[in-house]
Design a protein around this ligand. Sequence first.
Ligand code: SAH
Length: 346
Amino acid sequence: MEIKKKDIRALTKEQLREFFVKQGDKAFRGNQVYEWLWQKSAHSFEDMTNISLDTRQMLQDNFVINHIKVDQMQRSSDGTIKNAVRLHDDLIVESVLIPTATRTTACVSSQVGCSLDCKFCATARLKRMRNLNPDEIYDQVVAIDNESRLYHNRPLSNIVFMGMGEPLMNYNNVLKAIDKITSPEGLGMSPKRIVVSTSGVPKMIKKMADDEVKFKLAVSLHSAIDEVRTSIMPFNATFPLSDLREALQYWYAKTKNRITYEYVVWDGINDKRKDVDALVEFCKFAPSKVNLIEYNPIDDGEFQQANSRALDMYVDVLEANNITVTVRRSRGKDIDAACGQLANKG
Ligand code: SAH
């Protein structure tokens, strides 16, 4: 019977050092291998050229490197790239590279599918299969960084956790991945360039504040009226806006980090004056700004983007109340790479 080999990247650096000491080798060997695994993103033990052949063979006998594989890459006419990423157990997630004049952003997935049931999101139809491991999240970033250098002649500059899944329902692994992304032993990126987007899980937002995380927080609000929000994001019945508000106030008090609210305006759902007024009130609870996102239609046409009059009203009323608002244009729609369109359609 074949023994199931352990995923070597599940080990911390300290554990790797201890492993080598137990093998009668030097702890330092652990540092070297760790560097190959993370900083140099080695796909196999054979790549580790400063490690002796015997040691490489010993590692091969004991461990696997479950590296992701970019199965399919699609490039949009606007420069957006979508990767279909195959995991070691053959499940697929998607990640997206979004170039603008000044930055390249990676939009990465945190789960295979999603357990939430947002009515307007294509990923919701997939159901949640499993959480991604820290290395699977990290590898998506490395793959996009490589593509950014190759196709746009510059390194990746920003990361948003806005792909498949709810990052705060895979909190520990997301945090471990971000640790690697920001560590000099990984990609050495600034946490200020990372945004974790959540549908709003109050107790996890508080936990993030307690953990004093340094990345930014975005909340997919879409409505500041409980009844409306519950109708499009059913889990709002369990975590109502009052709980979300309290958690966000706690977040700001602890981190002093302004919150971004992501918001789509839909025809007949949240396009009235009362909807904007409720949003203005909600924005007053903690320093924040509003990102109005363009709706990316998913198959059945149940939801439609509100007309530009409604959008203008939002912008006018928010600005009149001194709330920063930006209108974000969608990217990569022609390859189903835009927000909420990730559903493994290929
Ligand atoms: N679960 C997390 C991250 C994934 S969704 C969250 O809810 O924030 C990333 C963003 O895309 C969220 O703001 C989400 O509300 C938005 N989104 C989902 N479906 C969309 C669609 N069809 N069009 C535009 N934005 C969408």
